[in-house]
Design a protein around this ligand. Structure first.
Ligand code: PLP
Length: 402
């Protein structure tokens, strides 16, 4: 009798015993990746329409990224923000050159970037001396992360209720409702935070008019406008920043997920008028913007900002939406999104389709209970979209038959 240990079973058993059970995972173990395909420890291939939740913009095993990581690691991994390093300064300069912003603060994740953005807005208000300016406006369907401040601005009972008390003075406004925004944004508003395309909330695109109205209301009431582009930024919508589609700009923008191609990083991009209020000692991070991650982020930013790269994201994204529209199924309620950030709203729960996808070698993720979300690596090809559509069509037919 063979006594060889099954590597997947071994890993899953360790997980069961030793990991906090905060995630529900399928019963396979991912071992390596190439392009848009992941492989498990048994050698099964999975076409990936998740990209580590909108992170792996350049897919897996990109030679330039791998080389950059190796070379940067040989030089310097970490020194803390007590000291200057060149990749950090250069990445900040590149981000400023390619955005509305004048200055950048680096941190390690999306939630941490939003946490910092709220602190920056509070500091602006503190310095203004205006009394009673304490409210932060967020929107229905928003997701800004899991730290206490970020979760306070993520109006979903399941995420919030067990963790009370949350941040006070949070005002929840209906998404894409300019009239309600005009009522709820007042002189008491310190900051307004919004995703130009909501991700976790179900792939909801903010109407250009709505974002422009928020800009005008924030100007009128001296409130800080924050765009959370953690999921929709860095080329995902086919423009470098999702708010470019609306022709308006925020005072602060938070980014994270794809910025360093899969290494942890977050960034807070701000106008000079915000930066003027932050001084040495006001905010900090031990790891934020270290030389290894910023070396890699420079490569990712240079690649995704190329006009040809962005044009391909728009083209493949439009093709994905078109092909989804063609699936003629009574189980489909709506196809929506922008670029390679696409949602398929269903009449039924998405979970069984995700499970069936695993069996067929397809990684899918939901956004809310009834929305399948497609956020593949930005290098995905039309032929891979065709494979997805063939499986989805089949899976929906099977589901229709019950
Ligand atoms: N903001 C948005 C729009 C997100 O989609 C997410 C994560 O999904 C976050 C913030 C939180 O980012 P992180 O998980 O890196 O803390």
């Amino acid at each position: 009798m063979s006594t060889a240990i099954d590597p997947a079973a071994h890993t899953l058993e360790l997980e069961q015993h030793y990991l906090m059970q905060t995630y529900r995972r399928p019963p396979f173990v991912l071992a390596r990746g190439e392009g848009v395909t992941l492989y498990d420890t048994d050698g099964n291939a999975y076409l990936d329409f998740v990209a580590g939740i909108a992170v792996n913009a350049l897919g897996y095993g990109d030679p330039e990224l791998t080389r950059t990581i190796q070379q940067a690691a040989e030089k310097l991994i970490h020194v803390s923000n007590l000291y200057s390093t060149t990749p950090q300064a250069e990445l900040a300069a590149e981000l400023v050159k390619r955005s509305f912003a004048d200055r950048v603060f680096f941190c390690n994740s999306g939630a941490e970037a939003n946490e910092g953005a709220i602190k920056f807005a509070r500091k602006v208000v503190f310095d203004s001396g205006e009394p009673g300016k304490t409210e932060i406006v967020c929107f229905t369907g928003a997701f800004h992360g899991r730290t206490i401040a970020a979760v306070s601005l993520t109006p979903k009972e399941k995420y919030q209720k067990p963790f009370a008390p949350l941040l006070p003075d949070v005002v929840i406004a209906p998404f894409n409702d300019s009239e309600a925004a005009a009522r709820l944004i007042t002189d008491r508003t310190a900051a307004v935070i919004v995703e130009p395309v909501q991700g976790e909330g179900g792939i909801n695109v903010a109407q250009p008019d709505f974002l422009r109205t928020l800009r005008a209301l924030c100007d009128q009431h001296r409130a800080v406008l924050i765009f959370d582009e953690v999921q929709c930024g860095m080329g995902r919508t086919g423009r470098l920043w999702a708010h470019e589609w609306a022709g308006t700009t925020p005072d602060i923008m938070t980014i994270a997920k794809p910025l360093a191609g899969g290494l942890p990083i977050g960034a807070i991009l701000v106008k000079q008028a915000v930066a003027d209020h932050l001084h040495p000692g006001d905010h900090g991070s031990t790891f934020g913007g270290g030389p290894l991650v910023t070396s890699v982020a420079k490569v990712v930013l240079a690649r995704v900002s190329q006009p040809a790269f962005l044009a391909q994201v728009q083209d493949t994204g439009a093709y994905l939406m078109e092909r989804l529209e063609e699936i003629n199924s009574p189980l489909i309620r709506e196809v929506r999104g922008r670029g390679l950030m696409v949602g398929l709203e269903l009449e039924v729960e998405a979970a069984p389709l995700i499970t069936e996808g695993y069996k067929r070698g397809l990684l899918l993720v939901n956004a809310g209970e009834k929305v399948l979300r497609f956020i593949p690596p930005l290098i995905v090809q039309k032929a891979q979209v065709d494979t997805l559509i063939a499986h989805l069509t089949d899976m929906l037919r099977e589901l229709e038959r019950g």
